[in-house]
Design a protein around this ligand. Structure first.
Ligand SMILES: Cc1ncc(COP(=O)(O)O)c(C=O)c1O
Length: 314
């Protein structure tokens, strides 16, 4: 992206609107020197029938941001409603009326950063138009030779900038080997998650996903899928450790995340899943339900969406 053509006019810095080109962090800050920082990535969806933009589970994301700050000891803001309000204000200021990806990032911006600095914290927010992250053709996935981070070293539950080196290595390896995405195993060999998404499988008629203690980010999309599967489809979900070889014999596999949405897996290590091309029936239903939920079309989950312009009641 050239600096002369910013994708949006404004970003937000500690609650103040700034021009896109003016977002700056000191090169010797704790964040740039030591990777200290946490963030959230979330979405907003345009609903044509309502003429409204809905931000999805925005306060849940802000809660996770505050939890992340607590674990890695960053003294940043803790008022989740105020943070959510600022992000909504930013979207309004940019007058955005299409599907968006939003980020809220908390950095430690000390002019001469030391590794144990806990402040001063500085908050940047961005809301930028974004379509599909992966496309709809399904993913050929490689099981990475890199292990997923562990709670004893770099807690994956924390959405920390530094954690993303782990997923990046897995993704680079997968791409080098001709795959579209990567899944990582825990140090003990169980399926954890992907480079930016959680994973589910359907095996022997049961929907399964790893528990939150298996080196995963506790995904908000994962939680949404769990709630949709149980309440809308009447499915029982097994939340249990998953072996690598269970993936090879699964009927359906999908990954999910705010950016990734619900995306089906067509192969794992070149072993075909389902017919090797289309999403399976449970995945397809969950994709439809998720697409409806994020656009405020499921009354039971109206509380998940925040209308940005207030033209419709969620
Ligand atoms: C490592 C990792 N796992 C899972 C997810 C999915 O989380 P969520 O659904 O809250 O976006 C993400 C999303 O960014 C992620 O980075």
């Amino acid at each position: 992206m050239s600096p002369t053509s910013p994708p949006v006019r404004y970003l937000l810095h500690d609650g103040e609107l700034i021009d896109y080109a003016d977002a700056r962090l000191h090169v010797l800050s704790t964040t740039t020197k030591y990777g200290v920082g946490v963030f959230e990535g979330f979405r907003a969806y345009w609903n044509d029938e309502d003429g409204e933009l809905y931000a999805f589970r925005i306060e849940d994301h802000m809660r996770r941001l505050v939890d992340s700050m607590r674990v890695v000891e960053i003294d940043g803001p803790t008022d989740t409603a105020a943070l959510a309000g600022q992000l909504i204000g930013l979207i309004q200021a940019n007058e955005l009326r299409s599907n968006l990806h939003m980020r809220t990032q908390v950095f430690v911006d000390s002019p001469d950063g030391k590794p144990d600095d806990t402040g001063p914290a500085t908050v940047f927010m961005a809301a930028i138009p974004m379509g599909n992250y992966f496309g709809a053709t399904g993913l050929d996935v490689q099981i990475s030779s890199w292990a997923r981070l562990s709670d004893r070293a770099m807690p994956p539950r924390v959405k920390s900038i530094a954690n993303y080196q782990n997923g990046r290595l897995a993704l680079l390896e997968a791409k080098r080997n001709g795959y579209g995405a990567a899944l990582l195993l825990t140090e003990s060999g169980h399926v954890a998650e992907g480079a930016g998404y959680n994973v589910f499988m359907v095996r022997q008629g049961r929907l399964c996903t790893p528990p939150s203690t298996e080196s995963i980010l506790e995904g908000i999309t994962r939680d949404s899928v769990l709630q949709l599967a149980t309440t809308q489809l009447g499915l029982d979900v097994d939340i249990r450790p998953i072996d690598r070889t269970e993936l090879y014999s699964a009927d359906e596999i999908f990954v999910c995340g705010s950016a990734a949405e619900v995306n089906h897996v067509t192969s794992v290590d070149r072993t075909k899943i389902g017919d090797g091309s289309a999403a399976g029936p449970i995945t397809s239903r969950l994709q439809e339900l998720y697409a409806d939920a994020v656009r405020g079309r499921i009354a039971d989950f109206g509380h998940w969406v925040t209308p940005v312009y207030g033209t419709a009641s969620a």
